[in-house]
Design a protein around this ligand. Structure first.
Ligand code: ADP
Ligand code: MG
Length: 409
């Protein structure tokens, strides 16, 4: 990866201007409350700079996957208080739509140094389609654009690539830090490299694993992601979260990994539960004994040991996706035990460890292990794609913009 230079916040005229900031406010929430504000706190350097410069700040973000329609439970409105609190009590306005008259009026009311959060971008199907007119409608709300959502920059969505093609653009502080740190860490990657992948976004991440096997030496698969692989190997996974239609993709990954010099490590035991919320009646079973009623909610103790041992010979470990449904104890055990061990190896300078992903970072924060890793990225899927050496569309568009600006200068 060559070093790329981008236009930074300082390179934009922002004083008194309306600045559109694409953020990733897809924070962990439960019952309409923010349960982990890491992503909000990491946005502060950009927000504080813009407040100080007396810019009018318009925050754009998606939340979860409403599928292009208004879903009340996926509104960004509960974030207003959390953002305001992070900004030391500075009031934050809310716009009930991200485009159209409601958005325009909310922006028009904004005074220099004030912050406005607009409603979930994905309530409009045009966002994920990368619709050009929708991007223009968004862009018409502001004078300049700041992308501070590295974690979404692998998506060719209207708010990521579209606005940047229309307005003068720059990278935000968080995205700048992410790119800088990842470039630094991976410019000379110490081998062997282990990738630990878990979580539940199976359909969007499983295909990435195919390429990842060409890049890493060991691929450890846990969490709900592992269920599809266990299913592909012929195991009965009961009522576990599984993507049966991806059976053949999983099979191919397993069959080809060896030829690429990548060892794949799958769970040998799991904690099964009757529901992901229930703490009663759980038990540890071998992966060949998952009962028909069972949901594999976490990796078992033998798997924790196996995964730790797989990391020992490695010099670098990258991790995206929790090993279990960590939001409910005790299904956080596998994730915490593995994280503690990685933190231990990192502390002894035996390992360079990079964690990425909203939920992964939340799980590590829950275990008090934020400082135990060499670096934590807010990005999950984008981080995996970056690792594979893929060009991220959201990064590429800013790069082109910066080249153009330089040649004009
Ligand atoms: P990240 O946000 O770090 O990229 P994902 O969004 O892919 O990670 O996955 C996180 C989610 O995966 C969490 O909500 C967690 O509860 C869920 N998860 C992990 N393992 C399991 C499992 N075995 N069964 C159900 N859900 C799981
Ligand atoms: Mg997630």
């Amino acid at each position: 990866m060559g070093r790329i230079t981008f236009r930074r916040l300082e390179d934009l005229e922002v004083a008194g201007k309306t600045v559109l900031v694409r953020a990733d406010l897809n924070v962990p929430m439960q019952g309409g409350r923010v349960t982990d504000s890491t992503r909000i706190l990491r946005l502060l350097p950009t927000l504080q700079y813009l407040v100080k410069k007396k810019a009018r700040i318009v925050l754009l973000s998606h939340f979860d996957r409403p599928g292009g329609i208004f879903v009340p439970s996926l509104s960004l409105s509960p974030l207003v208080d959390a953002i305001s609190e992070a900004l030391g009590g500075r009031p934050v306005q809310f716009g009930v739509d991200c485009v159209g008259p409601a958005a325009r009026e909310a922006v028009a009311r904004l005074k220099p140094g004030e912050v406005l959060l607009l409603e979930n971008l994905r309530f409009h199907p045009e966002e994920e389609k990368g619709d050009v007119q929708f991007a223009r409608d968004l862009a018409s709300l502001g004078d300049v654009f700041v992308n501070d959502a590295f974690s979404c920059s692998h998506r060719r969505h209207a708010s990521i690539t579209g606005i940047a093609s229309v307005l003068p653009s720059a990278v935000g502080r968080l995205m700048e830090e992410e790119l800088h740190m990842l470039q630094r860490i991976f410019s000379k990657t110490a081998r062997p490299v282990a990738a630990i992948v878990g979580g539940s976004k199976i359909s969007s991440k499983l295909a990435l694993l195919e390429n990842l096997t060409s890049v890493v030496d060991v691929l450890v698969i846990g969490g709900a992601m592992a269920n599809t692989f266990l299913y592909a190997e012929g195991y009965d996974v009961g009522k576990s979260l599984v993507e049966k239609s991806l059976k053949n993709t999983a099979k191919n990954i397993l069959a080809r990994a060896g030829k690429k010099g990548c060892r794949i490590v799958l769970p040998v035991d799991v904690v099964v539960a009757r529901s992901l919320e229930s703490q009663r009646g759980n038990k540890v079973v071998g992966v060949d004994h998952i009962p028909a009623w069972g949901i594999a909610a976490d990796i078992g103790p033998a798997t924790v040991k196996l995964f730790c041992e797989a990391v020992i010979p490695c010099k670098t470990a990258v991790w995206n996706g929790p090993m279990g449904a960590f939001e409910t104890a005790p299904f956080d055990s596998g994730t915490i035990m593995l994280a503690r061990y990685i933190a231990l190896l990192t502390g002894k300078k035996q390992l360079r460890s990079i964690g990425g992903g909203g939920d992964t970072v939340a799980a590590l924060a829950r275990a008090g292990l934020e400082d135990g890793f060499s670096y934590l990225s807010a990005a999950g899927g984008a981080f995996l794609e970056w690792l594979e050496g893929k060009e991220l569309p959201g990064v590429a568009v800013l790069e082109r913009a910066s080249r153009k600006a330089r040649s004009r200068a």
